[in-house]
Design a protein around this ligand. Structure first.
Ligand code: ADP
Ligand code: ADP
Length: 225
């Protein structure tokens, strides 16, 4: 059965239907990409799953429980945005530890986890640096580590690579895929870049005008017989 299941998600802004009864099932450890043109509702769908936007109808079932009425911080869902959105006045390690601190983790626990994640993203030498002293790619790796620090059940990545230049983008997408596999992290990755979707995904969902219009593995969608 599905680990995360969206059932008939609807969202309107004013009179415009931005999401039209979106259904989606995701298995544990799967990386699913939402691919579609700008404005088709990808970000809105992620924000609805994270609880940052209220839905007008539907269910969001995580491990058999409907999480629609839970506040964002109780949903156990991590999100990384296109703009890294690190806290500028906190160091890299403080940024990574922020969510754990909010949840009452001990200092020792926080430090251990932060060091583990810094090693994973290969930024141990930047632990005491401030975000403004990091490159875009480094900042995005810290944003990823910060999301993982609280051990979410699901990770939502909203165009995490699109602000970066081409070479860094390719390196980082490989890195994201490696980390996702290593943690067996159930992930939804949003992009409007077809090549990126094909390379990174277990499954691709094509979105258009607020609906998922087709889905399959990269091979199923893009291999012509
Ligand atoms: P995508 O991520 O695919 O580019 P979005 O989810 O950002 O698409 O946007 C889908 C549509 O919803 C767009 O037409 C956008 O302008 C509109 N929209 C998004 N957020 C809001 C909002 N807070 N208020 C009104 N309209 C919005
Ligand atoms: P992106 O294209 O990167 O998905 P947008 O520029 O569409 O992001 O949206 C940036 C912010 O503005 C989001 O918080 C979104 O909800 C909001 N927004 C987008 N479109 C509208 C709109 N038509 N009216 C009000 N808010 C909007």
């Amino acid at each position: 059965s599905a680990y995360l299941e969206l059932q008939g998600i609807r969202k309107q802004f004013g009179n415009t239907n931005v999401l039209n009864h979106v259904d989606l099932q995701i298995h544990e450890g799967e990386l699913v990409t939402l691919l579609g043109p700008s404005g088709c509702g990808k970000s809105t769908l992620l924000r609805c799953i994270a609880g940052l936007t209220d839905i007008d109808g539907g269910k969001i079932i995580l491990e058999q429980k409907d999480i629609v009425n839970l506040a964002p911080r109780n949903r156990e869902i991590g999100m990384v945005f296109q703009s890294y959105a690190l806290f500028p006045n906190l160091t890299v390690s403080e940024n990574i530890q922020y969510g754990m601190k909010m949840r009452g983790a001990s200092k020792g626990e926080r430090r251990n986890r932060s060091e583990e994640l810094l090693a994973l993203i290969d930024l141990e030498d930047k632990r005491d640096a401030y975000p403004r002293h990091l490159s875009g790619g480094q900042q995005q790796r810290v944003a990823l580590a910060r999301s993982l620090a609280v051990q979410p059940k699901v990770l939502l990545l909203d165009e995490p690579l699109s602000a970066l230049d081409a070479k860094i983008r390719k390196n980082l997408r490989t890195e994201i895929r490696d980390i996702q596999r290593k943690f067996n992290m159930t992930t939804i990755f949003v992009t409007h870049d077809q090549e990126e979707a094909l390379i990174i995904s277990d499954r691709v969902c094509l979105m258009n005008k607020g609906s998922i219009v087709q889905q399959g593995t990269p091979e199923e969608l893009y291999t012509t017989p």
